[in-house]
Design a protein around this ligand. Sequence first.
Ligand SMILES: Nc1ncnc2c1ncn2[C@@H]1O[C@H](COP(=O)(O)OP(=O)(O)OP(=O)(O)O)[C@@H](O)[C@H]1O
Length: 217
Amino acid sequence: MLELRSITAGYARNAPVVRDVSLTVAPGESVGLLGPSGCGKSTLARVAALLHRPDSGTLLLDGEPVRRWRHRAPREKRTAFGVVFQQARLSADPRLPLTDLIAEPLRATGRGDEVPGRIAELAPVVGLTSDLLTRRPHEVSDGQLQRACLARALVLRPRLLVCDEMTAMLDASTAAALVAAVEDYRAATGAALLAVGHDRTLLRRWCDRTVAWDSLI
Ligand SMILES: Nc1ncnc2c1ncn2[C@@H]1O[C@H](COP(=O)(O)OP(=O)(O)OP(=O)(O)O)[C@@H](O)[C@H]1O
């Protein structure tokens, strides 16, 4: 269970871009957060995934208040989340072949021995063939790179997925494939989802419930 209570967050002192917003994602639930460009959805998503410390408010994970964000957050809390961003190229180390990009969270948590097994399981789930896995980001398309970023988000088997405009840069068939991969993962594991975007049709089809940004403020 993820609960955001009265979250205020931003990037400059006394200039919040998110003001007093509350949102709950129940275990296994999928919630779509809809809003226009620039309203603060991504900022709230980053707070929810422990990547951005709010100025005020409380975030509860399974009823327990989170007190530390980013690298200071306890590992078991950080690894509860898998996050996929809109711009795969900004979130991928350009030096890493896709296989190492997907494996990053395993190596960072001392679970390097699981890499071959997890890559073999995840590559077909996200639709990456073995020839693509050895290429670096500049040698693959945006859609192929986003497939790898989704695999990276799934590699530690998170309980909560945060997809921030995951499909916004993709063609319709790649978008559908990635949404299907997320839903297969959720069906198999019971993971919850916070999907952020501005595409009402997509989020309404994808999620159990959609919340309009305007209704939160
Ligand atoms: N790193 C940053 N530093 C300063 N301001 C930022 C930063 N990131 C975002 N902002 C500002 O915060 C506001 C909210 O941005 P945010 O990315 O959360 O909106 P969004 O609703 O996700 O927009 P979009 O749908 O266009 O991605 C915007 O005015 C943006 O310019």
